[in-house]
Design a protein around this ligand. Structure first.
Ligand code: EPZ
Length: 421
């Protein structure tokens, strides 16, 4: 297993290209299964999660070719409908093959994805979405077994304890594209990744209205054709580099990133004192004055993203004063607190609220990556910490940050990978 070593204290300066969005590319690759024709997806990031999705697609008997960031999927004549445990258990997002398989094969067997380190991850909203389309569902031997012989349009409200659901919206929307009749998804997720998926489905010939709002209307069609698509830039990767600029008192230009996708983060970072402006083909994040603590609450889009909560906490951990970070999407997503504490952070957890008291400095230490975004938080902490930070179990980062060390090194960081002994 690899570990990441960071010698902190370098100011990051320069331009970085933001990769394609993992969370858009995953459902879009799954959506290629809706057609018999070839689809070409570009700007697919080279990440472990992407390899898992391609394995699931290949395992269905579909031909997949990959050339750099381009993936060509040729589903012609595939007959299978099963996503097995050994693949699904390594990546929860595998559940997004459920909708396409139901629409195309009218049957699906997808391993139950289970929970994960960021807390329980129920799938009741996925079930609710597809049941509203006439699908019969049962869970047996750890598998969701769904029969869509009676697939037809329907109305569904996708709301749970923690608001709407990104992938349940994606699954319901994909299943509805080939259903007989009209589907209305109320309280739909409007994250940019859902919108990008809808744009791809439209190119395939789907009839969709209202994506990017909380009410998506889908009129089922008889067949979808292949399409070409360029995946949007990853707003979470962009956000992480904005925080790298802030925490290292740096000046970064984020190429390819879209400011309108990170409005909540921009709002909070501006309030804190970071200078953010549009620049050619992206935007610039520049440290110009001492930052102030700010309070955040994670919410569905366009609210502050849960996927930026851990990284934001690292910044607040070294920002003089007190900030409160409230997690409203995954109330248990706080594993990073104990690792940040190993580096000298002063954070108290009270229910879903983390009270962060900024310290003068963090001190490098051996720490353990627990999940993707928690790992990114430790990288940010390592960039600003005194001395050396060793991040173990770095494979979590490989799930979501393309060429992380290369990109950081080019910006002036001292970071490298070593084999864990
Ligand atoms: C997506 O997961 C992302 N993953 C997550 O990114 C992200 O944290 C999350 O959306 C929230 O923005 C992908 O897109 C691949 P949800 P998803 O269903 O769709 C509850 C990352 O680090 N819920 O929108 O699975 C759920 O427990 C990751 O890249 C139900 O109650 O998340 C949570 O509280 C991790 N019932 C809330 O809804 C359900 O059936 C939002 O989750 C489904 C979800």
């Amino acid at each position: 297993m690899d570990k990441l070593i960071i010698e902190g204290g370098q100011r990051l300066v320069g331009a970085v290209s933001i990769s394609g969005a993992k969370n858009a590319a995953l459902p879009i690759l799954a959506a290629t299964l809706l057609s018999d024709d070839k689809s070409i997806i570009r700007n697919v990031p080279a990440l472990r999660d992407m390899s898992t999705m391609l394995k699931i697609i290949r395992n269905l008997g579909v031909k997949v070719e990959q050339d750099g960031d381009e993936v060509i999927v040729e589903p012609k004549g595939y007959k299978k409908w099963k996503a097995p445990y050994d693949l699904v258990s390594t990546m929860r997002a595998s559940i997004c093959v459920l909708g396409p398989l139901l629409a195309k094969q009218r049957f699906a067997e997808v391993s139950f994805p289970g929970g994960c380190i960021i807390g329980p991850r129920p799938i009741d909203l996925h079930m609710k979405g597809i049941k509203a389309l006439g699908v019969k569902v049962k869970v047996e031997k750890g598998y969701i077994i769904a029969d869509a012989k009676g697939l037809r349009g329907g109305n569904v409200y996708l709301g749970g304890h923690f608001g709407t659901s990104v992938l349940a919206t994606a699954n319901t929307m994909m299943a509805a594209t080939l259903a007989n009749g009209v589907t209305v998804i109320e309280n739909a997720a409007c994250e940019p990744e859902v919108v990008d998926l809808a744009e791809f489905l439209l190119k395939m010939g789907a009839k969709i209205k209202g994506h990017s709002t909380h009410r998506i209307i889908i009129e089922g069609v008889k067949r979808l054709h292949g399409a070409e698509h360029y995946v949007i830039a990853d707003r979470i990767e962009a956000g992480t580099y904005m925080l790298a600029a802030a925490i290292t008192k740096g000046d970064l230009r984020l190429k390819g990133a879209r400011l309108e996708h990170v409005v909540a983060l921009v709002d909070k970072l501006t309030e804190s004192g970071l200078d953010i402006s549009e620049s050619t083909g992206g935007f610039r994040a520049r440290f110009i004055k001492k930052l102030r603590p700010v309070t955040i609450t994670t919410l569905p889009y366009p609210g502050f993203p849960t996927d930026m909560q851990a990284q934001f906490m690292s910044l607040m951990a070294v920002t003089e004063g007190i900030s409160v970070i409230t997690e409203k999407i995954y109330p248990e997503r706080f594993i990073h607190i104990s690792e940040l504490a190993r580096m000298g952070a002063d954070i108290i957890l009270e229910g879903p609220n983390a009270i962060v008291k900024g310290v003068k400095y963090l001190s490098g230490a051996p720490v353990m990556a627990s999940d993707l975004r928690a790992s990114a938080a430790l990288v940010l902490a390592g960039l600003v910490a005194r001395n050396r930070t060793e991040i173990n179990r770095v494979y979590h980062l490989d799930r979501g940050y393309e060429k992380l060390e290369d990109k950081l090194t080019k910006l002036g960081a001292r970071v490298w990978r070593e084999k864990e002994k």
